[in-house]
Design a protein around this ligand. Structure first.
Ligand SMILES: NC(=O)c1ccc[n+]([C@@H]2O[C@H](COP(=O)([O-])OP(=O)(O)OC[C@H]3O[C@@H](n4cnc5c(N)ncnc54)[C@H](OP(=O)(O)O)[C@@H]3O)[C@@H](O)[C@H]2O)c1
Length: 249
């Protein structure tokens, strides 16, 4: 299948997890893919794992100047985009009583402020018929202790998707969201938890998800492909939840 033949896609945070799986699927479907990441070595590894029709761009989402730099590089090397997957993100669980301002600011900057300015800079480069997908989370509609700031960043991103959908529909750019549930990616290894605490958290999550398991990045990539392709041509401002039934049941 080549559902994305002739299309150019930019995926933020394409070095691992959901972003990498989506980049691999998009390339298989015929797209030219640009991935971003904040670390040159991980970027190089991802580019060689994907193998062909892929370019890596070094971007740190804590610096909003990088949004302008992405736009300049895309313009110079690719002219325009057809697909933008705003995927890069971090999570730093903490009870509200224990939260620190710098962690609050870091999550807000990477998960909400950076996607806003990347969209602001890249929207003028998006062709008529383009699709933008933001990676939110099923937590944007749930109340899970310890996830206050992360869930708020994702609820903010969900809100941006609605406004952008309304603002850009006249430019023939569709904007939607994908809301994953717990997905087996490197994000959990970055929490700073001990192996025992991680296992305890995984067991607790599995007991709450009706399907009794974590999802795989490829299960999210397939839904992103749907939103990126013309198969979702009548979807606008929506969010597809892929979470094993956690939020709905
Ligand atoms: N896994 C889940 O259970 C789950 C559930 C719901 C939503 N999500 C969302 O899915 C998205 C992808 O997560 P994942 O699980 O695939 O995690 P992951 O494997 O940790 O991937 C995160 C990606 O974001 C990039 N990134 C992080 N901080 C960055 C920064 N400051 N500047 C630029 N890039 C940065 C990373 O690049 P580097 O390699 O350079 O650090 C990496 O490519 C996130 O937005 C996350 O919130 C995940």
């Amino acid at each position: 299948m080549t559902r994305l033949s002739g299309k150019t896609a930019l995926i933020t945070g394409g070095t691992s997890g959901i972003g990498l799986a989506t980049a691999e699927l998009f390339v298989k479907e015929g797209a030219e893919v640009i991935i971003t990441g904040q670390n040159q070595e991980r970027l190089n590894q991802a580019v060689s794992a994907i193998g062909h029709r892929v370019t890596g761009l070094l971007v740190n989402q804590t610096d909003t100047n990088d949004a302008k730099s992405i736009a300049n590089q895309v313009k110079a090397r690719f002219e325009a985009l057809d697909i933008l997957f705003l995927n890069a993100g971090v999570t730093m669980p903490a009870a509200t009583n224990d939260e620190r301002e710098e962690r609050f600011d870091e999550q807000m900057t990477i998960n909400l402020k950076a996607p806003f300015f990347i969209m602001q800079n890249l929207a003028p480069l998006m062709r008529s018929g383009s699709s933008v997908i933001a990676n939110t989370s099923c937590l944007d509609q749930m109340g899970i202790p310890g996830m206050a700031v992360y869930a708020a960043t994702k609820a903010g991103l969900r809100s941006l998707v609605r406004t952008w959908a309304a603002e850009f529909v006249g430019h023939k750019i569709r904007v939607n969201a994908i809301a994953p549930g717990p997905i087996n990616t490197p994000i959990y290894g970055k929490l700073g938890f001990t192996a025992e605490a991680l296992q305890e958290m995984a067991t607790d999550i599995q007991s709450k998800v009706p399907m009794g398991r974590f999802g795989n990045p490829e299960e999210i990539a397939k839904a992103v492909l749907f939103l990126a392709s013309d198969e979702s041509s009548y979807m606008l401002g929506e969010e597809i939840v892929v979470d094993g039934g956690w939020a709905a049941l």
